[in-house]
Every structure is written in C-alpha cells, then in structure tokens.
Design a protein around this ligand. Structure first.
Ligand code: PBG
Length: 337
C-alpha cells in the first residue's frame, strides 16, 4: 500500500534542499569576520596570560599581549574589540574611584592598541563594576541598599570623556542607569568628542549567564558572593515590552548602536528591537553562553564546532548586525580561510 502512495503536490519545498549547490543558493544568513566584536580582558603588569577557568580559551592579557592579540584579530578581519579591565582587589573601593584615574589601566590599554593598530575599532565599557568593592555597576545610595542612579551617571560621564580623550572609538555604557545615554552624549559633545560613538547596552537583562565574566573581572569575588543581584537596574528576564522602552529611549537620547544582552536566550528581543528601530543592533553572546557550549562539548554531549556556528548564525538571523562573542577569533580564523 505505502509503495503506491503518491501525493499530488505542486509545491515541494524540499526541491531546493536536494543538493549542496541548491542549498547554498538559497542560504539566507551568512557569517563573516566583520560581524564580530572580540571582548578582551586586560590586566596590569608584565605577567603571563591568566586563563579564566570558566571560559576555556580566554585569558586576561597584559597590555603587550593585548596589543599582539589585537594585531592578530585585525589581520583576520575582525573590525573591533571591546576591552574590559581586571583590577587588583586593593585598587577597588566603594565609589569605584579608580574608574577616574587619569593613568588607569584601561586608558593605557586603549592608547597602546590605538597606536599599534589604528584601524581597529576600540570599544570600552562604561560602568563601575570592575572598580567597586561591592561589584555593582554604580555607587550606592546613602542607605547602601541600591545603586544611586544620578550620582552614578555623573561619574560615568566623566569616565566617558576620559576614554574619549584616550582615543576610544565607541563608549559602551553597560550600567543600565536611567538617562545615561543622553547625559554622556551631552558631555562628549561639550568636550568636542562629537565623533565618539555610543553603543548602548539597552536591553541588558538581569541574567545568570554573566557568571563566568564576573570571574574574569573579579566583580563577583569583590562582592564576596556569586549571587550579586543587579535586579534594580538590569531588566527582568520575564519582560519583552520593557526592552523596547529601553531601546527607544536610548535611541532618542543619542545611542548610535543599541545592544541586546545576553543574545542566544533573547533572540525574540533582538527581533523585536530590529523590527522597532532602524539603528544598528549589537547582540552580546555572553560568557555563560560560551561556557555552556564548551562544557557540553567537553562532556561529549554536543558537537563544539557545529554548536558554535549555529549559536552565532541564530543571533544574526534574529536581526543582529554585530555580535560580541568570545568565539570571534576562532570564527574569523575559520571564515577567512
Ligand atoms: C558589567 C558587565 C557584565 C558583562 C559585561 N559588562 C556583567 C554584569 O552585568 O555583571 C557580562 C559579559 C559576559 O557575561 O560575557 N558592566
């Protein structure tokens, strides 16, 4: 019976999947090295690279090694790096004072990279978490029970100007304070840095996927806990409309690029923001997304290379123009062959 079964089907979508050639012709999303931004961790001194245990293949680099890594990335066609400092615990305090140190680690790193690889776009994080003993992205209220929005924005404005002076191409406020994009745009313009762009962490969720990053910059350890709650400023993972409010505000306040973060678990948000706005969208495939692919592959439960590719393809397909990912170098190596 089943042998004689025939459908009268004029439309058969499988026709275009029949051969590798046909499948390639109708492929809708293609990854290229220029899609990626490589996040890099920088440390002071002349020490050897410090591997981050929960992020296989990722190390904190001293400035000399950082410059080498940046050269290699540029050569592979990766257009940009996002730099994050890891400070010595003894340099941290409750107000994150070292964020405004005129000879601070991150500023020295920016100057060195821009000097050695001028064509590489350099992005820096604007937030206080690498600098505070409590690990929060801002300074606390007098009652010490929340992050003080407006006082934090004032400090972030000063920080952004210092970074612009050091030659950074894009500042990326990742703090989620209200009104910070407009305030930073205004001080940059007043200081004549009209050409310094802002990539706003707009839809940044209060996510458990940041765990390995907090190991990397030491912000969880500084706070003495792994369950540091940023719930009063980062978005509730249950909310979709709220991410649109944030993205719309950031664009109105002057953001040149808006970001969704994490990426993989928030593909619906990437698509939502894409449909609602014409601004370029960056998505951050965060440390935990990277770590879980590594961990499952190590157990032999997932195919590392295929999952790496598929995870990034999905983020681009959802509508991201740019992807911050710890896979940037590996992917660029693969794609530029
Ligand atoms: C904080 C910041 C975080 C990340 C980038 N900037 C973590 C946090 O909010 O605690 C996370 C990146 C990652 O997990 O890869 N300013």
């Amino acid at each position: 019976m089943s042998q004689e079964f025939k459908l009268d089907l004029p439309i058969r979508p499988r026709r275009l999947r029949r051969t590798a050639g046909l499948r390639a012709m109708v492929e809708e999303t293609v990854l290229r090295p220029a899609d990626f931004i490589a996040p890099l961790f920088v440390i002071d001194g002349k020490g050897r690279p410090e591997p981050v245990k929960s992020m296989p293949g990722v190390s904190r680099l001293n400035i000399t090694d950082l410059v080498k890594e940046c050269r290699a990335l540029a050569k592979l066609g990766v257009p940009a790096v996002a730099l994050f400092p890891k400070l010595d615990a003894k340099l941290k305090d409750a107000d994150g004072t070292r964020a405004l140190d005129e000879d601070g680690l991150i500023l020295r790193a920016v100057r060195a990279v821009k000097k050695a690889v001028p064509g590489l776009t350099v992005i820096t994080d604007i937030a206080l978490d690498p600098y505070t003993t409590h690990g929060h992205d801002g300074v606390l209220t007098p009652a010490q029970d929340d992050v003080d929005n407006d006082r934090t924005v004032g400090i972030l404005c000063e920080m952004a100007v210092l970074h612009a002076e050091a030659g950074v191409d894009i500042v990326a406020p990742s703090d989620m304070m209200d009104g910070r994009i407009g305030a930073i745009r205004e001080v940059l313009d007043i200081a004549d840095f009209t050409g310094t762009a802002i990539m706003a962490y707009s839809a940044k969720f209060n996510s458990a996927y940041y765990g390995p990053f907090r190991d990397a910059v030491g912000s969880a350890k500084a706070a003495g806990t792994n369950v540091l709650s940023k719930a009063t400023y980062q978005l509730n993972p249950a909310n979709r409309r709220e991410s649109l409010i944030e993205a719309t505000l950031d664009v109105a306040e002057g953001a040149d690029i808006v970001m969704v973060k994490p990426a993989g678990p928030y593909l619906d948000i990437i698509r939502e923001v894409r449909d609602a706005s014409t601004t370029p969208i960056a998505a951050y495939q965060v440390s935990g997304e990277y770590a879980q692919i590594h961990a499952a592959a190590k157990l032999g439960w997932l195919d590392y290379e295929r999952c790496r590719h598929e995870s990034l393809l999905a983020i681009k397909r959802a509508g991201a123009d740019l992807i911050l990912t710890y896979f940037a170098k590996e992917m660029a190596t693969l794609l530029s062959k």
